[in-house]
Design a binder for this molecule. Sequence first.
Ligand code: ARG
Length: 288
Amino acid sequence: MKKKVSFAALFVCVLAVCALVLAGCGGSSSDSTATDSASTDATATDQETTAAATGDYKLVEDGKLTCISNLYFPPFESMDDKSGEPVGYDIDMSKALAEHMGLEVNWLPSQAFDSLVPTIKTGGTADIAIAGMTITDARQKEVDMSDPYIDSNQSLVTKVGSKETMESLDDASKKVAVQAGTTGEEWVLENLTNATAVPLDDIISAMTGVQTGSYDALVTDLPVASYQIKNSFADLQIVESIPTGEQYGIAISKDNPALTAAINEALAEMRTDGTMDEIQVKWFGSKL
Ligand code: ARG
């Protein structure tokens, strides 16, 4: 769902806010009088967009976009060995988002993937989770998900030389590693119903485990598998791409709809001003 800024409505609202401030009633952010009196026919979307445009959202720390992720998912997010700083596609996205919103970016330490949605839902720790996170109905019940910013699929990965196939792996004697709480885990539980799914904290240990023979295969997001095989795990192979048609979004608390609107607005700007293309080329060598 894309939201269009109605410039006319925005202009009227801005005028109304100015009038109120001049009249000495510049109220708090929760003061809805400005929007109410600005335009009697303003729709909910217009009001949300106006809130976004005026920065009328809550932040854990003033002036900062505080982000969380599970930092073991290259090239979307990982820890740079040398600097100890988070790096990756989502990190660049977060910086660009913050920039477009006139904020600084603030990254918190890595946490378990399946704790991200609960942390955002509880509130008070981080403003957004940006983690190569697929937009799913289940997640959307708990938190708001932004508009999609990239498409993805799943992949089945084995060791080079392995003869395993999707069919042969669907057997109780076969161990298929996944990252706990991910759509990859969900896919294995639904489609390789006889296999022994092994949920792990991160996908790097799954890759190392397939390498050393602890697991027969793993299932993870295709762009992550391709990137890792190309850059660090030459002895692994993609046996099959699994066309799940996933899309990544950013998780935001349902209590902060103005932040979701502002993030969507920034994403739309980044789509048209070339920022998104730039980040895709940087991490994937071409526009996706
Ligand atoms: N796209 C998958 C999901 O949403 C996997 C995401 C894993 N992300 C991470 N940062 N470890 O479930």
